[in-house]
Ligand binder design. Structure first.
Ligand SMILES: *[C@@H]1O[C@H](CO)[C@@H](O)[C@H](O)[C@H]1NC(C)=O
Ligand SMILES: *[C@@H]1O[C@H](CO)[C@@H](O)[C@H](O)[C@H]1NC(C)=O
Ligand SMILES: *[C@@H]1O[C@H](CO)[C@@H](O)[C@H](O)[C@H]1NC(C)=O
Ligand SMILES: *[C@@H]1O[C@H](CO)[C@@H](O)[C@H](O)[C@H]1NC(C)=O
Ligand SMILES: *[C@@H]1O[C@H](CO)[C@@H](O)[C@H](O)[C@H]1NC(C)=O
Ligand SMILES: *[C@@H]1O[C@H](CO)[C@@H](O)[C@H](O)[C@H]1NC(C)=O
Ligand SMILES: *[C@@H]1O[C@H](CO)[C@@H](O)[C@H](O)[C@H]1NC(C)=O
Ligand SMILES: *[C@@H]1O[C@H](CO)[C@@H](O)[C@H](O)[C@H]1NC(C)=O
Length: 638
C-alpha cells in the first residue's frame, strides 16, 4: 500500500482539503462560467480552458482578496438561448452582471436571487420574456437595473420599493402593462418606461422627469398631459353617439390590424424565400474587397472573367479616347504604363464582392499589380458616367486610393485602382479573431482613424456637394505600414438604388433615404460609426447579434458614461491603460459624429483636427512615460 500512486493520491486530497475556502470559491465560479458558456452558445468567448482560474478570461474580473468573480461583462457576444439555473446564479459574489445586446431569451433564472451583492444588472437589448421577477426586489444592493428593449410583460412589481439604493431603472421597450407603482425610493433619479403598454396616472413624484421617459404608453399626468384635461366625459355616462363612435373606431382598428397582419405574413414569406439570398449577401458583406474569401480563387486571366470586354481595334471607335483608341481611359501619369490588352492578359484573382461589384487583383506582365473593380447596376447614362468618373479620377490625396483608369462599354464598366496589399480595416478588425491574432494597438487604430478622416475631409473640401457616400470599414484600405487609404468614393452616385442595400444600414445616417444622395453630414455620421467600430471592435453589421446588425451608436449610448471603460472598449485596447483618456475622448467624438441631428455633427475638417490633437497627446503621453522609465533607471543607478 505504500506505492507511489497511493502517496500521490493522499497528497492530492490533503492538499485539496487544505486549500483556503476562497480558492474553492474560484473553482465553483469557474465551473459556473463554463456551464453558462456552453448553455448560451458562447462560441465567441475566447476563454483559455487550460487556465485554472477564470480571472484572466475576457469579460471576467475578480476581486483579489478573497479571489472571487465579481464582474461578468459579456456585452454583444452573440449569446443566445435561455440562461439555465446553476450558471450565473452560482456566481454569488457578482456585483456587476452585463449581458446586454445579446439574443438571450426566456425568463430570468430564479437563482439570480442569490446574487445578493449585485449592484449593476444590465440585461437590455435581449429577448427575455415573462414577468419582471419579484425576486429582483430582494437584491437590495442594486443601484442600476436595466431591462430595456426586451420582451418582459406583466406589471412593474411595487416591491421594487425594497431596493432602497436603486438609482437607475430602465424598462423601456417591453410589453409591460398596468400602472406605474408609486416607487418612492429617494435614490431613484433615472427612470424610463417608454414604449410599453402602461396606463393610468404617473405618480406625482416623477413629474420632474423628462416626458421622453414615459412616451409610448397610455399614461397621463406628471410631465405629460394632465389626466383630466382631455377626457371631458370622464366619470359621466357615455352618450349614444360616443358609443357608436367607439364601435366604428374599433371596427376600423380591427380591419387595419388584419390588414397589417396579412401584410406582415406576406412579408415574412417573402423573407423566408429571400433569406438564402440574404445570407449570401451577408457573407458578401464580410467578403469585402481585398479580403480573402471562400469564394476567392485564381482566375486564369482577367479576360476569362470578363468575356464581354474586348479590345476594339478600329480607330475612332473608342468613345472617350484613352490609349491607342482602345476604350480604357487612363488618368494622370499612369498613361502608357498599360493598356486594355495588358490588363486582359493579366493573371487575376477574385478579391471579393463589394457593394458595387466584384473586385479582382490583377498582376500585369510587367509586374504591376492593380485592383480591378467590375461595377454592376450602373444606372447613369454614359455621358454622365464619364463626367462623374473623371471627377473621381482627379481626386488626389495621400489618404485616398487613386483611381488609375476606367473602361466603359455597354456590357461592362471597370475601374482600375492601386492594389492595397494589407486589405481593409474591416478585415483587420474582424478577421481572425481567434488565437494567434496580433492585437491591434491604440497607435495603429488612432493612426488609421486620422488618415481616414483626412481623406474624407479632402473630399469634402472639393465642394459643398461632394461627399463620399459609402463610408465604412471595408472601404478603408491599408498600406504596408497600416496607413489608411479611403476607397470607393463617388461611386454611390453611379449605381441604381437597389445595389446599395441594407448592408450599409449600420453606417447610414437616420436622415438618408436615397443612398445616392448622401450629404457631407451623413458621411460624418458614417465616420462616427466607423470610429465606434475601431474602439469597440464590433462591426455594425455583426451577423451574430441579430439580422439587422448592431446599432453601434445605440449600443454605446445605452451605457452610462462611468461604465464606458469597462463596457464599451475592445478588450484588446484595454491593455493600453495609459491612453484611456484619449480613448474616452475619441469615443466622445464618435458619439458627436453619430448625432441623430445632422446640424449637431461636427464637420469632417473639425473631426480630423480633433483626432490629430488626440494622436499628438497620446504620443506625448508615451514619451512622458518612457522618460519616466529613463529617470527611474537613472535613480536606481544613483
Ligand atoms: C451550482 O451550485 C449548485 C448548488 O450549490 C451545485 O449543485 C451545482 O453543481 C453548481 N453548478 C455548477 C455548474 O457549478
Ligand atoms: C492557455 O493557458 C495555458 C496555461 O496557462 C498556457 O500555457 C497557454 O499558452 C494558453 N493558451 C493561449 C492560447 O493563450
Ligand atoms: C414575447 O413573449 C411572449 C410571451 O410572454 C411570447 O409569446 C412571444 O413569442 C415573445 N416574443 C418574442 C419576440 O420573443
Ligand atoms: C420587501 O421588503 C419587505 C420588508 O422589508 C419584505 O417583507 C418583503 O419580503 C420584501 N419583498 C421582496 C419581494 O423581497
Ligand atoms: C413607499 O411605498 C411603500 C408602498 O408602495 C410603502 O409601504 C412605504 O411606506 C413607502 N415609503 C415611504 C418612505 O414613503
Ligand atoms: C427613454 O427611452 C426612449 C426609447 O428608447 C428614448 O427615446 C428616450 O430618449 C428615453 N428617455 C430618457 C429620459 O432616457
Ligand atoms: C384636474 O386635476 C387637477 C390636479 O391634477 C385638479 O387640480 C383640477 O381641479 C382638475 N380639474 C378638473 C376639471 O377636474
Ligand atoms: C476589475 O475590478 C477592479 C476592482 O473592482 C477594477 O479596479 C478594475 O478596473 C476592473 N477591471 C476591469 C478590466 O474592469
Amino acid at each position: 500500500m505504500n506505492s507511489p500512486l497511493f502517496f500521490t493520491t493522499t497528497l492530492f486530497f490533503s492538499l485539496l482539503l487544505s486549500l483556503p475556502p476562497s480558492f474553492s470559491d474560484l473553482a465553483t465560479d469557474r465551473a459556473a462560467l463554463l456551464a453558462l458558456r456552453s448553455a448560451v452558445g458562447g462560441r465567441s468567448l475566447l476563454w483559455n480552458i487550460s487556465e485554472r482560474t477564470p480571472c484572466a478570461w475576457p469579460g471576467v474580473n475578480c476581486s483579489s482578496n478573497p479571489p472571487q468573480v465579481v464582474e461578468l461583462r459579456l456585452p454583444g457576444m452573440g449569446l443566445y438561448g435561455q440562461i439555465p439555473p446553476n450558471t450565473v446564479g452560482n456566481l454569488t459574489h457578482l456585483h456587476t452582471l452585463s449581458l446586454r445586446f445579446n439574443v438571450l431569451s426566456g425568463p430570468l433564472p430564479s437563482d439570480l436571487s442569490s446574487l445578493s451583492s449585485l449592484r449593476n444588472l444590465y440585461l437590455q437589448d435581449n429577448a427575455f420574456s415573462g414577468p419582471i421577477p419579484e425576486f429582483l426586489s430582494s437584491l437590495t444592493n442594486l443601484v442600476r437595473l436595466n431591462l430595456a428593449h426586451n420582451n418582459f410583460s406583466g406589471s412593474i412589481p411595487p416591491s421594487l420599493n425594497n431596493l432602497t439604493r436603486l438609482a437607475t431603472l430602465y424598462l423601456e421597450n417591453n410589453h409591460l402593462t398596468g400602472s406605474i407603482p408609486d416607487l418612492n425610493s429617494s435614490s431613484l433619479v433615472q427612470l424610463n418606461v417608454s414604449d410599453n403598454q402602461l396606463a393610468g396616472t404617473i405618480p406625482s413624484r416623477f413629474s420632474g422627469m423628462p416626458a421622453s421617459s414615459f412616451l409610448g404608453n397610455a399614461l397621463c399626468g406628471g410631465p405629460l398631459l394632465s389626466c383630466n384635461g382631455t377626457g371631458k366625459g370622464k366619470g359621466k355616462k357615455l352618450s349614444g353617439g360616443a358609443i357608436a363612435g367607439i364601435v366604428i373606431g374599433s371596427l376600423i382598428g380591427l380591419f387595419l390590424i388584419v390588414l397589417i397582419l396579412l401584410f406582415l405574413c406576406r412579408k415574412r414569406r417573402d423573407h423566408e424565400v429571400g433569406s438564402k439570398d440574404e445570407a449570401a449577401m451577408k457573407k458578401g458583406d464580410i467578403e469585402i474587397p481585398h479580403e480573402k474569401s471562400v469564394e476567392s480563387g485564381v482566375v486564369d486571366s482577367l479576360s476569362s472573367a470578363l468575356p464581354a470586354v474586348t479590345v476594339r481595334k478600329e480607330k475612332g471607335e473608342g468613345n472617350g479616347g484613352g490609349v491607342g483608341g482602345k476604350n480604357l481611359v487612363v488618368f494622370g501619369n499612369m498613361a502608357r504604363t498599360f493598356d486594355l490588352e495588358d490588363l486582359l492578359r493579366a493573371s487575376a484573382e477574385v478579391l471579393g464582392k463589394g457593394t458595387f461589384g466584384t473586385a479582382y487583383k490583377a498582376v500585369l506582365e510587367m509586374g504591376v499589380v492593380v485592383a480591378v473593380k467590375r461595377l454592376k447596376d450602373v444606372s447613369v447614362p454614359e455621358k454622365e458616367f464619364r463626367e462623374k468618373i473623371e471627377v473621381v479620377g482627379k481626386m488626389d490625396h495621400e489618404n485616398l486610393v487613386p483611381l488609375r483608369a476606367y473602361y466603359y462599354s455597354k456590357d461592362e464598366k471597370l475601374l482600375v485602382f492601386d492594389y492595397m496589399p494589407m486589405g481593409s480595416l474591416s478585415a483587420l478588425l474582424h478577421g481572425n479573431r481567434g488565437a494567434g491574432r496580433t492585437p491591434l494597438n491604440w497607435e495603429t487604430r488612432s493612426g488609421i482613424a486620422l488618415g481616414a478622416a483626412h481623406g474624407i475631409a479632402y473630399l469634402h473640401a472639393q465642394g459643398s456637394t461632394v461627399s463620399h457616400g459609402n463610408v465604412k470599414s471595408s472601404n478603408i484600405l491599408l498600406t504596408k505600414s497600416y496607413e489608411a487609404r479611403v476607397s470607393d468614393f463617388g461611386l454611390a452616385q453611379l449605381v441604381g438604388p437597389s445595389s446599395t442595400p441594407n448592408r450599409v444600414a449600420g453606417y447610414r445616417a437616420p436622415e438618408v433615404t436615397d443612398p445616392r444622395k448622401v450629404s457631407q453630414k451623413a458621411d460624418v455620421y458614417s465616420f462616427g460609426v466607423l470610429l465606434l467600430e475601431l474602439l469597440t471592435g464590433k462591426a455594425p453589421t455583426h451577423a451574430l447579434l441579430n439580422e439587422e446588425g448592431v446599432d453601434l451608436p445605440r449600443w454605446v449610448q445605452s451605457v452610462v458614461r462611468e461604465e464606458w471603460t469597462a463596457e464599451v472598449f475592445d478588450l484588446e485596447l484595454l491593455r493600453y491603460q495609459n491612453v484611456e483618456e484619449e480613448m474616452v475622448q475619441l469615443l466622445q467624438l464618435a458619439i458627436d459624429c453619430a448625432d441623430q441631428y445632422p446640424d449637431k455633427r461636427p464637420s469632417m475638417a473639425e473631426v480630423a483636427s480633433r483626432i490629430e490633437e488626440l494622436c499628438r497627446s497620446s504620443l506625448q503621453q508615451e514619451q512622458d512615460s518612457s522618460i519616466d522609465i529613463v529617470n527611474a533607471t537613472q535613480e536606481q543607478r544613483d
